[in-house]
Design a protein around this ligand. Structure first.
Ligand code: ADP
Ligand code: ZN
Ligand code: ZN
Length: 828
């Protein structure tokens, strides 16, 4: 028996740990004790590291999110010291710091997501240690397969200058000759000269050659970035130094000392400025930059919305704002939609900031991403350019977060945690005193709304292109009229004529086939009528089974009418042509153009099928750039970022498919798409024009887009959103229910809906709405039937905070899965 007084005096070290087990039920950190023995392993127990702990009769991996001390008599949460379990050992260096730990916990609440999935965002690409069950039944730890790699390098040594190899030592002569041109990997020497180890060994003994191990950065042409290793094993570079998590400047200098990094916080700006010629800013750009610098100076997470037309020079504004942040010794994170993360985009940032730029996107291999992640962690990277997930790289001392094309739906992750990068960026910026820059030619309605209401938001406008060129004229082509005049082609006569004229002149054409209309809707080809739900005002989706039209918000359904209820026409068609078919028709059309005199014009098709392989996307763009007259035919992926001087015609083959998706954002997306794709035309000296084919020639989104008149669009759209109860006037949460048994899913969804109604009434208020459970538009996905329940809460309400308790308390069901999508980007 221990003496009671002694027990009370004993101070225990405690660790709060998130178990790496993805279930809703484990969504609080667990407290474990930290004994002195546990501290003796290869790694020390710190916030952010992976540890092995006992859990439910076995061992599990978890992540430390907090460390504390308490007297054994007064453990937190009434923990019984007798039952306290202890951390076995740490199994990694820290992946994140206290800020990362706080962010993971916030994400889990804000998006009602499993804690383990949230904390995983902060771990390096390529995985974390995990416990696996051996066939014999015991559990063992498996370290991730992806990690750092070293190369052995050879270089001339101190005795090289006066050294004369014997003339018959041909290999020595060759190796020394090669190294005079610069340091080389031993592997590359061997590839060139065969086995070089004896040669290197004898030269090294004479001091003529030196060898050392250097960290390799995969995916980088020179393997560079980290600098030399001083030893062959662990340690040596800042990347291995846990102190790197605290001190950015120290670690940057550490790498600089190895002759690679060029960043020194005091002299950053002049060094960067000399890297590339910088254009003189336009007045608009200068104003935008001033607004961003002021926002940064406030250090309170201010947001600057840079509302600039396509080609207005937003990127230049970002570059200058980043320069300012770096010159103060802070760092910057730039998010770009995955599809725009091309070599050219990266080159613009590397051109200005050189090797201080880390890049992160999903088309890189795990090894490449691991190296970039570790490069950020080392503190040597000062700018991260990447897709959504780049936000979670261990960049310290953050001064600026830039989100380009902020309206893009891809900033919302569509699996848990279903976070929106914009909202996470703002949270991070408020905590770290950074500023957020959101850029777009078509800002989201949510952002425009906040810019008008929220004192922390500021909007700056760049209404003109940086080079002074006018925006291309947009003409609407009424396909219903085209049809009634007898044409059955998917190309209007206007588009045909324009195509022929531009191609004959040797210019380039971009054609957009809007493919988001995969959900088949019905459209009258004579009057343009589309059946819609009487209570939701979204279009009804055609279901072959039962020949039905169904509303995917509220389950309203009617039989598909044989003729148009509006005009009686029998030409009631389901919609949705594939790019392949359009390509065939387009080739036939071009072959018929007399003025081309039989010259073959390449049609480059860009869609999910042709861009699946690594590098395919870029190859197709290069092909288009290299051609004279050519057509780039593609889906949404071609709408943004393309910057080709000689594109004089942009055609939108079908502007309406999107308009009729049963999603309240459909009209906004249509407006955005037309503005974005129009921005591809007439960017340099040649004048551009845009033809938009549509069966809805008078739809406000289309008319407004054709006049570049956002105010007109908003005047039509906002009252509808308000009346129907959609953002920006309410908070939405979309509760998804899915499983393989259709009947179970339906029952589950319906009973969950009842729980939600009760919960919203008890903890929300009577201005909350819980819509009926309904099948999703994409009713079946990977063999799972999908239903959803839409929850609407007033703006003042914290929708996630109210709902989270319901979902945390639910018992998991093996047959039916449930997830909550807070602020859904898509309701499909
Ligand atoms: P955005 O991102 O707004 O679409 P970009 O930043 O791509 O626009 O700029 C469009 C073009 O204008 C680019 O070719 C860019 O180099 C050029 N540009 C940007 N700023 C200036 C400027 N101040 N003077 C001249 N050209 C500029
Ligand atoms: Zn009709
Ligand atoms: Zn409805």
């Amino acid at each position: 028996m221990q003496d009671k007084a002694m027990l009370e005096a004993r101070i225990m070290k405690l660790a709060s740990i998130i178990l790496d087990i993805p279930t809703q039920a484990l969504d609080v950190p667990y407290t474990y004790g930290v004994s002195d023995q546990a501290e003796d392993g290869d790694y020390s127990i710190e916030v952010g590291c992976a540890v092995v702990v006992p859990f439910g009769g076995r061992q599990a991996v978890g992540f430390v999110v907090a460390l504390s001390e308490a007297s054994e008599a007064e453990l937190p949460d009434g923990l019984d010291p007798e039952k306290l379990k202890f951390v076995k050992r740490a199994v990694s260096n820290p992946y994140f710091d206290e800020e990362g730990a706080a962010c993971a916990q916030w994400l889990s609440e804000r998006y009602i997501a499993p804690l383990s999935a949230c904390v995983r965002l902060f771990t390096p690409p390529g995985g974390v240690p995990r416990m696996v069950r051996a066939p014999q039944g015991y559990w063992r730890l498996e370290q991730p397969k992806v990690g750092e790699v070293d190369d052995l390098w050879a270089m001339l040594g101190p005795e090289a200058a006066g050294f004369e190899p014997r003339s018959n030592a041909a290999k020595q002569v060759a190796v020394i000759e090669a190294l005079r041109a610069g340091d080389m990997r031993v592997a590359d020497l061997a590839a060139q000269f065969g086995n070089v180890s004896p040669t290197l060994k004898s030269l090294e003994a004479k001091g003529v050659v030196r060898t050392e191990r250097r960290r390799r950065m995969r995916g980088m042409p020179d393997g560079g970035g980290f600098g030399a290793r001083t030893d062959a094993g662990h340690g040596g570079v800042a990347a291995d130094d846990p102190a790197a998590l605290q001190s950015t400047d120290e670690s940057a200098k550490h790498v600089a000392a190895h002759g690679q990094a060029m960043v020194d916080s005091e002299s950053a700006a002049p060094a960067f400025a000399s890297r590339a010629t910088r254009p003189t800013l336009t007045q608009g750009q200068a104003d935008a930059l001033a607004a961003i610098d002021q926002a940064r100076a406030r250090k309170n997470g201010s947001v600057v919305l840079v509302d600039g037309v396509t080609g207005s020079g937003k990127t230049e504004v970002y570059l200058r704002a980043i320069e300012s942040a770096l010159s103060e010794g802070r760092t910057a994170c730039v998010l770009v939609p995955e599809i725009s993360l091309t070599p050219q985009t990266v080159a613009r940032f590397r051109g200005r900031f050189g090797d201080a730029v880390a890049v992160m996107h999903s088309r890189m291999s795990d090894g490449e991403r691991y190296d970039q992640w570790d490069f950020v962690r080392s503190g040597a990277a000062r700018v991260v350019v990447g897709a959504r997930s780049a936000l979670f790289t261990p960049l310290r001392n953050l001064g600026l977060i830039v989100i380009d094309e902020e309206h893009e739906g891809s900033y919302k992750q569509d699996s848990a945690p279903r976070y929106h990068a914009r909202d996470v960026a703002i949270w991070m910026a408020r905590r770290s005193g950074a500023a957020v820059v959101l850029g777009s030619a078509t800002p989201s309605i949510e952002s425009l709304y906040l810019a008008a209401k929220d004192p922390l938001w500021h909007q700056v406008r760049l209404p003109e292109r940086a080079n002074g060129r006018p925006m291309p004229e947009i003409t609407i082509v009424d396909m219903a009229r085209e049809f009634s005049s007898g044409s059955r082609s998917m190309f209007s006569s206007q588009l045909e004529q324009a195509l022929e004229a531009e191609l004959a002149a040797g210019h380039k054409v971009v054609l957009l086939l809007n493919q988001r209309g995969f959900a088949k809707f019905v459209l009258c080809r004579e009057c343009g009528f589309v059946p819609t739900c009487p209570s939701c005002s979204t279009s009804l989706t055609y279901h072959e089974r039962g020949n039905m039209l169904v509303c995917h918000h509220c389950s309203y359904r009617i039989g598909a009418p044989p003729t148009c209820p509006e005009c009686g026409s029998p030409y009631l068609r389901k919609f949705g042509a594939g790019t392949q078919r359009v390509e065939d028709d387009l080739n036939a059309l071009i072959a018929s153009f007399a003025s081309l005199g039989g010259v073959r014009v390449p049609v480059i098709r860009m869609d999910a099928d042709t861009t699946g392989r690594k590098g395919a996307h870029q190859r197709l763009l290069d092909q288009f750039a290299a051609a004279d007259a050519a057509v780039l035919l593609g889906t949404q992926m071609i709408a943004k970022g393309l910057d080709f001087d000689d594109v004089t015609l942009v055609g939108v083959i079908n502007a309406d498919t999107q308009l009729h998706l049963p999603d309240y954002r459909a009209t906004e997306r249509t407006f955005d798409l037309i503005e974005q794709v129009a921005g591809r035309a007439g960017r340099a000296n040649l004048e551009g024009r845009v033809l938009v084919q549509t069966y809805e020639a008078s739809a406000p989104a289309i008319v407004a887009a054709a006049h570049y008149n956002r105010a007109h669009f908003l005047r039509d759209e906002l009252p509808k959103r308000k009346a129907l109860g959609y953002p920006p006037y309410v908070h939405l949460a979309n509760v998804l229910v899915w499983g393989e048994d259709e009947e179970l899913v339906r029952k589950h969804a319906e009973s969950l809906r009842e729980d939600l109604v009760r919960h919203a009434f008890d903890y929300g208020g009577d201005d909350w709405r819980v819509l009926s459970a309904a099948p999703c538009v994409i009713g079946k996905l990977r063999n799972a039937y999908r239903w959803h329940i839409l929850v609407k809460a007033p703006l003042e309400a914290d929708i996630a905070h109210v709902l989270v308790s319901l979902f945390r308390a639910r018992k998991p069901d093996r047959a039916v899965s449930v997830a909550v999508d807070v602020d859904p980007q898509s309701l499909l």
